[in-house]
Structure formats: C-alpha cells, structure tokens
Design a protein around this ligand. Structure first.
Ligand SMILES: NC(=O)c1ccc[n+]([C@@H]2O[C@H](COP(=O)([O-])OP(=O)(O)OC[C@H]3O[C@@H](n4cnc5c(N)ncnc54)[C@H](OP(=O)(O)O)[C@@H]3O)[C@@H](O)[C@H]2O)c1
Length: 238
C-alpha cells in the first residue's frame, strides 16, 4: 500500500518504537495518525510532532471498552499498526506469562477483530503486527515474551489467510534488539527506533508479508532458514 494520504492508527504510540512509527508515518505523508496510549497524558510529545495530523486516543489494548471505543471513533483507518507490547523477564519455570500474553497476544487479537470491519469498509488496507526474532527461536530468559510472540506469529498467519478475501494485507514484523526502554536492560547492539520505523514502512509499501527491519533480524532470519536448530542453540546460550 501507499502510505501517502492514508489514515493510520498506532498502538503504544507514546514512547519507544510506537512514537518513532508515528514520526515515520508523518514523514511518509500520512494524512492522519491516531496515536493510542494507555494514558493519553503521555502522548503530548507524539501529538506535538504534527498537532494538526496526530489525534490522541485513550487505548489500553487489554481493555475491551477502550478497543471498542477506538474502533467506533477511528472509522477512517486503513492502516492499523499493532505496536503495543510488554516484556517480562524470567525463565519458563518462574516467569509470569500473563501480562505478556494479555498485551502481546490477546490485546493484538482484540484490535485485529475490532478493526477488521473498519479496514474492510475502507477498502482493505493493511494490518501490521509487531512480533520479534524471538518468535522464531526462544531466548530462555524471556520465556513468556517468546511464547506470546510465537503465538502472535501464528495468529498473524491465520489473519493473513482469513482477511485476504477482504483485501486486507497482513504484515508480521520481526525486529532484532531496538534501542528503547524495553531493551534497556540488554547489553547488546541495538538499532535505533527511527531506523526500524522507516524500514517497517518500507516493507509495508513493498508488500512484504514478513518484515525484518534491521541487520540483526535479517541475519537471524537467513541463519534460521538455513539451520533453525543452530539459531535455537545460539539463542539458548544468550
Ligand atoms: N525493543 C526491542 O528490542 C524490540 C524488539 C522486537 C520487537 N519489539 C516490539 O516492538 C513493540 C514496541 O516495543 P518498544 O521497544 O517500543 O517497547 P517499550 O519502549 O517498552 O514501549 C512499549 C509500548 O507499549 C505500550 N503498552 C504496554 N502495554 C500496553 C497496553 N496494555 N495497551 C496499550 N499500550 C501498551 C507502552 O505504553 P505505556 O507507556 O503505557 O507502558 C509503550 O508505549 C513491542 O510490540 C515489542 O514487543 C521490540
């Protein structure tokens, strides 16, 4: 799809990658961007990017009333970017899986269900789900997060198959480490959120179903296609 003149909605748009995606959408000529956040008071800097084109929305993706209200208000959306995410550290024996699944899987699923009629009524457009390279292979210290993103990858494939008839393109995005609050505790090389945001939009415009928006993600994907067990062993040792 062509982003110029489209209307988009980005969840988790108050900080991190979500805020950079809003900025990239504005750079690409989006006509209007709905910026969702649990607390709209945290959206001031995002709205300030272009006050005439960015509309703040109170949107906790785990709150069914918020999701329904967003779909009722943002009826002109043709590009939905499900960016909101949560990461709880911990291994499979002691991690709390509930929040990662509530936000990453069930929250994204709720948005997809609520906005499918909106996208359909606007001629199709696109739905974009933020996954991660850990959807491909697990890092044991992120057990709940890995599982939620792997489940969301499966849901993304199901959505792609089910929504094709409505003309909705469904994209999965698999970033490596991005330099945001989420990855602050990780002592590894990270890509800037601005670069990742621009690569995501380039992938959407190119029609790429699976978007690997940084060099580390591209390397992991190439290695995984060659020998997925080698990537599993590499991640297990991290
Ligand atoms: N950073 C990385 O290395 C990395 C790598 C691969 C994939 N990703 C994915 O990229 C996406 C953005 O991550 P990030 O790095 O920007 O993380 P971040 O800096 O931690 O930001 C997370 C965003 O999600 C929002 N959020 C959390 N729970 C929410 C809920 N229930 N409803 C609505 N919004 C909620 C947060 O809002 P509050 O401010 O209200 O908490 C915040 O805006 C996530 O899906 C993440 O899994 C990140």
């Amino acid at each position: 799809m062509n982003i110029r003149n489209t209307t988009a909605l980005v969840t988790g748009a108050n900080r991190g990658l979500g805020k950079s995606i809003v900025a990239a959408l504005l750079d690409a000529g989006a006509a209007r961007v709905y910026a969702g956040a649990r607390d709209p008071a945290t959206l001031a800097a995002t709205v300030a990017l272009a006050p005439d084109r960015v509309l703040p929305l109170a949107l906790d993706v785990t709150n069914p009333d918020h999701v329904a209200a967003a779909a009722a208000a943002a009826t002109d959306v043709s590009l939905l970017i499900n960016n909101a995410g949560a990461l709880g550290f911990g291994n499979v024996l002691d991690a709390a899986f509930e929040r990662d699944f509530a936000v990453n899987l069930y929250g994204t699923l709720a948005m997809a269900r609520a906005f499918t009629p909106v996208l359909t009524s606007n001629g199709g457009g696109a739905m974009v789900n933020l996954l991660s390279v850990v959807a491909l292979a697990s890092m044991p210290g992120l057990a709940g997060y890995n599982a939620s993103k792997a489940a969301l990858w499966s849901v993304t494939q199901s959505l792609r198959g089910s929504l094709a008839v409505s003309g909705i393109a469904v994209h999965g995005v698999f970033p490596g480490p991005v330099d945001t609050d989420m990855a602050a505790a990780l002592d590894i090389a990270k890509t800037s959120p601005a670069d990742v945001a621009h690569a995501i939009l380039a992938g959407i415009e190119a029609g790429d179903e699976d978007i690997f928006p940084d060099a580390m993600a591209q390397q992991v994907y190439a290695a995984w296609k060659t020998d997925h067990k080698a990537v599993e062993r590499q991640f297990a040792a991290m």
